[in-house]
Design a binder for this molecule. Structure first.
Ligand code: MN
Length: 424
């Protein structure tokens, strides 16, 4: 077992019951306080720990780094670029410093005053500078539902789907961190019975419940990452809400795929949970039939049991759960996705982001988008305040939560929240 994942570890920093951030998590993010610029941080319970302060006091002096500038950067890219061995050493070091049986930091009131912040007193920022962003389409339930609605109920999956982890290159400039407010986008749409397209705010505003992984490796053009090495190139994961305008999407996506219906905003959770912290929650993936091509063949437990939830909070009302799903349903796993992404020699960079695609389960209450939950608007959902939703309304806040739990340890992501404002 990885030492820092040991369920018996306890921190001297208080961890409330059902917190996503016990000592076994140790996620990484970028925060700023009233008096400081954005810096790398980790979180235990409801306490944010400033890693630049710990670096100031010499806690990272003997970890084999040439210089400590990565602990003072405004994004995590330089820290992540140190590679998987370093990620592990750093997590282990922090695990020791926060351990209740260790007095190294626990006993230093002066340092604690400078380095520890209540989570509600800080602002979280984009954890990485995202160079490139890919969105996959890897949930068989989601692809089947969409195929049924938009194409042919009897041949819902296109012939390539079980052979290729289908994906497209998205836009990174509009990926933002939880807490964002995003205006309803405008665009071209065309009703089935209309002769010509019109222009205006989307009427079918939707979310897509996804997880995303972030790469921690730079490759050269021409280089491929084999499936059995792919996980070494993945630093960690976040919740990913891929906001979508279904009416714009329907009119524009033929023949090259989604464009303006998807690139006006995607919202991530602020803390990157490392693949190492998620190790205890691995499970087997679904059987892949027909057999995949050799470059996509994998062995071992490559799926992860992460419980997912989507809630809608109306302007005045309280939040209602509209979907419960699980990351373990993914047909294509992250290692296969990254192997496929690079099999043609496409180069990748530290900080690149890869969305899973909407994660739907088998049952109607586990569908990861309003498109599926309301079945194209034919089955409105009832919220707890009595109002109905076919799609997302102005002033609704969309909240996504995710956590894994096993043997009494809960490792989670916190949340991705975004408020939808009227079109401008
Ligand atoms: Mn998507």
């Amino acid at each position: 077992m990885i030492k820092s994942n040991n369920p018996i570890l306890v921190s001297w920093i208080p961890v409330p019951e059902n917190s996503d951030f016990p000592i076994q998590n140790i996620p990484f993010g970028i925060f700023s306080s009233k008096n400081s610029e954005p810096h790398p941080a980790t979180r235990i319970g409801n306490t944010v720990v400033d890693l630049s302060q710990l670096a100031d006091f010499g806690f990272f002096d003997r970890m084999g780094l040439k210089d400590l500038s990565c602990f003072y950067a405004s994004v995590l890219n330089p820290l992540i670029a140190n590679g998987p061995q370093f990620w592990s050493i750093l997590r282990e070091k922090l695990s020791q410093l926060f351990n209740i049986e260790n007095d190294e930091l626990q006993g230093l009131e002066e340092v604690k005053k400078l380095a520890l912040f209540p989570v509600n007193s800080v602002e979280m920022h984009m954890p990485v500078e995202v160079g490139d962003y890919t969105d996959f389409y890897s949930s068989i339930e989601h692809a089947t539902n969409v195929g049924k609605m938009f194409r042919d109920p009897d041949n819902a999956l296109l012939p390539n789907w079980k052979h290729i982890p289908v994906g497209y290159h998205g836009r990174s400039s509009s990926i933002v961190v939880s807490g964002a407010e995003i205006h309803r986008p405008k665009g071209q749409t065309k009703a089935d019975d209309a002769d010509a397209p019109g222009f205006g705010p989307t009427k079918l505003f939707d979310f897509e419940l996804e997880m995303a992984f972030i790469t921690g490796k730079k490759t050269e053009m021409g280089e491929s990452i084999p499936v059995d090495k792919a996980e070494e190139a993945i630093f960690g994961m976040v919740i990913f809400n891929d906001l979508s305008a279904r009416d714009i999407q329907k009119w524009e996506y033929v023949p090259l795929g989604p464009f303006l219906s998807k690139n006006f905003g995607s919202v991530i959770s602020p803390w990157i949970v490392t693949l190492e912290a998620l190790q205890p929650f691995r499970v087997e993936g679904p059987e892949q039939e027909p057999a995949v091509l050799p470059y996509l063949e994998y062995s071992g437990e490559k799926n992860i049991d992460i419980k997912l939830e989507v809630l809608i909070k109306p302007e005045a009302g309280k939040e209602s759960t509209v979907c419960k799903s699980n990351f373990k349903y993914m047909y294509w796993n992250m290692a296969q996705q990254l192997a496929h992404q690079t099999v043609n020699g496409c180069n990748i960079n530290v900080g690149d982001m890869y969305g899973s695609g909407t994660i739907s389960g088998h049952t109607p209450d586990s569908y990861g988008s309003m498109l599926e939950l309301s079945w194209k608007g034919t089955k409105p959902l009832k919220l707890d305040d009595g109002s109905e939703r076919k799609f997302v309304l102005d002033n609704d806040t969309i909240i996504m939560r995710a956590y894994a739990e096993k043997n009494g340890v809960r490792v989670g992501f916190g949340e991705s929240a975004v408020k939808i404002l009227p079109a401008i």
